[in-house]
Design a protein around this ligand. Structure first.
Ligand code: ADP
Ligand code: MG
Length: 240
């Protein structure tokens, strides 16, 4: 798969009078597993949606590879996004759910099938291809949602709290699976979470957000060792 970096340059975004992204700058490298960490309401989802092209266009520039995607429709951006609520089509089999995006792209059935099989294989659920979504556990549904996203070979993978509907032990297991999958594909990934341990154990680097402002960017180690301010120290639990 093609790896693209993501550059965010002076991005501002308002809902009505309220500015929720207040000048965000980021440079995410091709193939990096990058986390957005911050409390609820800090602007993580808004920033992720701005990259994906959902919601209003921000001011500033968002580059995927060397393309400024601001103003581009979501399907032209070549991003894959997975949400907290995975929302598989309830009336379609696993196979049809995963193949849906390829069908939309008018790929012939003969080409869809091997791609769907390969994507299901990657998430370890090839044996469930003929099940219906309501015959799957939460973890299995989330793996299918991942397969459905990577099957179209996006350049970047955007994950908005994808594990927070799962129970604690499954969350830890899925975290590991997600990281393995990302490493295998080498896909540039942004993982949004409010859970510092989740960000800490997965990401190459992370950005801590508060109030629509990035408080610090660095490796988990750098942030723990030298938090930039009291907010970061408190949020990471390193303040005494
Ligand atoms: P997070 O994902 O970090 O919890 P969000 O990006 O969802 O935060 O929200 C950031 C802020 O923007 C919040 O104050 C939220 O209420 C506000 N917000 C988000 N989406 C909308 C919207 N569509 N209309 C108005 N305000 C919004
Ligand atoms: Mg959110």
């Amino acid at each position: 798969m093609t790896k693209a970096g993501i550059k965010i340059e002076d991005v501002h975004l308002s809902f009505g009078e309220t500015e929720v992204l207040k000048g965000v700058n980021l440079d995410i490298k091709p193939g990096e597993f990058f986390a957005f960490l911050g409390p609820s309401g800090s602007g993580k989802s808004t920033l992720l949606r701005a990259i994906a092209g959902f919601g209003p266009d921000p001011r500033g520039r968002i580059l995927i590879g060397d393309r400024n995607v601001v103003g581009q429709s979501p399907w032209k951006r070549n991003v894959g996004m997975v949400f907290q609520s995975y929302a598989l089509w309830p009336h379609m089999s696993v196979r049809d759910n995963v193949g849906f995006g390829l069908k939309e792209r008018k790929l012939p059935n003969a080409q869809i099938r091997p791609k769907v099989d390969a994507a299901l294989d990657l998430v370890g659920l090839a044996h469930l291809a003929d099940r219906m979504p309501n015959q799957l556990s939460g973890g299995q549904q989330q793996r299918i949602a991942l397969a459905r996203t990577i099957v179209v070979e996006p350049e970047v993978l955007l994950l908005d709290e994808p594990l927070s509907n799962l129970d604690a032990s499954l969350r830890v297991q899925m975290r590991r699976e997600l990281l393995n999958l990302q490493r295998k594909l080498g896909l540039t990934t942004i993982f949004v979470t409010h859970d510092q341990e989740e960000a800490n154990t997965t990401s190459d680097r992370m950005a801590v957000l508060d109030g629509g402002v990035i408080q610090q960017i660095g490796t988990p180690q750098e942030l723990y060792d030298t938090p930039a301010n009291l907010f970061v120290a408190n949020f990471l639990g390193t303040a005494n």
